[in-house]
Design a binder for this molecule. Structure first.
Ligand code: HC0
Ligand code: SF4
Length: 570
């Protein structure tokens, strides 16, 4: 152990601990704008400076480790003055029009400037707006960038994509796209991880919710909303409500208050996906074995973008099943329009997703069921849902729980766990076991595939058939796993991939908590919902069964292919 004093408090911590961590261990929080543990420890922002007794220069606390006998001061006159000047210098190059900023109230720079009592910007500049609306779902507002390097490091170290890089030098240093490309022309997967790690609003997702208000005001339009599994774990985080208070029933009530005509649930179509994808897996099992390749899940659009640019030779091994978001849209514009007895053109289908890439997925021309227009008309992130609730001043705590509408609002626990890494695989195995053996397994028997390790694998015996599966999340991890598969070091039959670490619960469209990773606690919330759900198997969803009976026939039928599958071309 190393012994030192921080602000005159005796501290004893293991060797290798940083000064910042040592301070945190005795309740002293040193501010920072750029620090991300194990990802960005380069002290770019210079806000975490502290004074080390006996040294002339201040030192950064995020990347200096403790030494025996150190005496550290985190708020000495020198530190206060330097911290203040450094924040002012950052502000001198920052568009500080906070009242009209997307991150107002949730911006690390704004809180630090405010905490330091900086009441004006000593070096103001005239910023010109870069213009709205923007087409690409990921938006960079260069005037807000504080060059903290988090986006560069997260994209590189966690996602292995290396999209962002430093451009120019000196005071003109900025962040640009590698190879001086436009972001739209890069290999960006739209995972949104750079957005959720940006401390200010330099990176954000395109906002689309204003357009929905016009649709709601049009009496000829019927608005439907579907909510992704992971959204229910996080939708009220920024509204000040705990996960226990913010139940799915209250979320349904809030969506009705906002004015949606029908409030449905993506877990319905997650169950439908299992029926299609599970049946496809069984039908391809022998030919996959011959190729020595697994079938890969196809529901994560960040992963689909990744595979198309990084490993195009693997596209044929993707499941042809559309994602639950798109299946929902296709079913709503056909089957549900028929149930209502209205022309599909009157339906406006909105989805709330924890994801930025879903905005792109809904716009892929070949994903839509022929002649029916778009499956999904507009995609909002979880953050946009929270903003709509705030804009209408809906008090979540005052809402009574309400049920989702039927028949597209009923889903099983298997559908619920889609939002956490390993969940799609677990849901598929529950039903595959039934399809192979004719009986249900114990619902939690595939829990080996749960967890936070980069990937988990399992070898199962299903009525005499050996099935080898894996689940991976995070694109850096995915690349490592794929390389092993391609080198013949790993052999699987079925692999689930989610682009965001932890799965959709850690998605790029989820609420932002500076430097805090909440994917695992949100994932736990989904497992609790699964456990509480009276239905645990996708094949037992009565509304999905009814859909097959009344409209689709059976899994992989011609109609099912027309509406629920895609070739991943374009
Ligand atoms: Fe996901 Fe999905 S689980 S990708 O993470 O499959 O976004 O939550 O909605 O579509 O269901 C996201 C989450 C979804 C889809 C589902 C899948
Ligand atoms: Fe990199 Fe993902 Fe950001 Fe694209 S969205 S730049 S892939 S972190």
């Amino acid at each position: 152990m190393v012994n030192l004093k921080i602000d005159k408090i005796d501290v004893s911590v293991p060797e290798g601990t940083t000064v910042m961590e040592a301070a945190a261990s005795v309740g002293i929080k040193i501010p920072s704008l750029c620090y991300l543990k194990n990802i960005n420890e380069i002290a770019a922002c210079r806000i975490c400076l502290v004074e080390l007794k006996g040294k002339d220069k201040l030192i950064t606390s995020c990347n200096n480790v403790v030494q025996e006998g150190m005496e550290i001061y985190t708020n000495s006159p020198k530190v206060r003055s330097a911290r203040r000047t450094n924040v002012q210098l950052i502000l001198s190059q920052h568009d500080s029009r906070c009242t009209t900023c997307l991150r107002s109230g949730n911006c690390a720079l704004q809180s630090i400037a405010n905490d330091l009592g900086l009441m004006d910007n000593p070096f103001p500049d005239d910023w010109v707006d870069e213009g709205w609306p923007r087409k690409y779902p990921l938006v960079r507002t260069s005037q807000k960038c504080i060059r903290c390097m988090r986006c560069v490091q997260v994209c590189d170290k966690i996602q292995g994509m290396n999209i962002w890089d430093v451009a120019n030098t000196g005071s003109r240093t900025t962040i640009g796209v590698t190879g001086q490309r436009k972001l739209e022309n890069s290999d960006c997967t739209l995972c949104g991880q750079c957005i959720t790690h940006c401390p200010v609003a330099a990176l954000h997702a395109r906002e689309d919710w204003q357009g929905i208000l016009d649709k709601m005001a049009d009496p000829d339009v019927i608005t439907l909303v579907q909510v992704a599994p992971a959204v229910r774990t996080a939708w009220a985080e920024s509204l000040g409500f705990s996960r226990e208070e913010a139940t799915p029933g209250r979320m349904a009530a809030a969506l009705r208050r906002l004015g949606f005509d029908y409030v449905f649930d993506t877990i319905f179509s997650a169950d439908l996906t299992i029926m299609e994808e599970g049946s496809e897996f069984l039908s391809r099992f022998d030919s996959l074995k011959e190729d020595g390749m697994p079938m890969f899940t196809s529901c994560c659009p960040g992963w689909i973008r990744f595979v198309k640019t990084q490993y195009p030779q693997l596209v044929p091994y993707l499941s042809s099943a559309k994602s639950p978001q798109q299946m929902f849209g296709a079913v709503s514009k056909t089957y549900f329009a028929k149930v209502l007895g209205v022309d599909p053109s009157r339906l406006f289908c909105v989805s709330i997703m924890p994801c930025v890439a879903k905005k792109h997925e809904a716009d892929i021309p070949t994903i839509n069921a022929a002649e029916k227009g778009k499956d999904v008309d507009c995609v909002l992130t979880t953050r946009e849902l929270a903003r709509m609730i705030r804009a209408d001043r809906i008090v979540v705590g005052a809402l009574q729980e309400e049920p989702f509408d039927q028949p597209l609002g009923l889903g099983t626990g298997a559908g619920e766990i889609f939002g956490v890494t390993g969940g799609v695989m677990e849901a598929a195995l529950r039903s595959a076991y039934y399809l192979i053996t004719g009986k249900n397994p114990e619902p939690d028997s595939f829990r080996e595939i749960r967890g936070q390790e980069p990937w988990r694998e399992s070898e199962l015996n299903m009525g005499g058939t050996r099935v080898r599966v894996a689940a991976v999340s995070g694109l850096g991890n995915t690349r490592k796993l794929i390389e092993k598969i391609l080198r013949g070091e790993k052999h699987y039959d079925f692999v689930e991939v989610m682009a965001c670490p932890g799965g959709c619960v850690g998605g790029g469209g989820q609420p932002i908590h500076d430097g805090e990773e909440l994917a695992s606690v949100r994932g736990e919330a989904l497992y609790r919902l699964d456990k509480k759900n009276p239905l645990r198997f996708s094949h037992e969803n009565p509304c999905v069964q009814q859909l097959y009976k009344e409209y689709l026939g059976e899994p992989l039928s011609e109609k099912a292919h027309e509406l629920l599958h895609t070739d991943h071309n374009s």
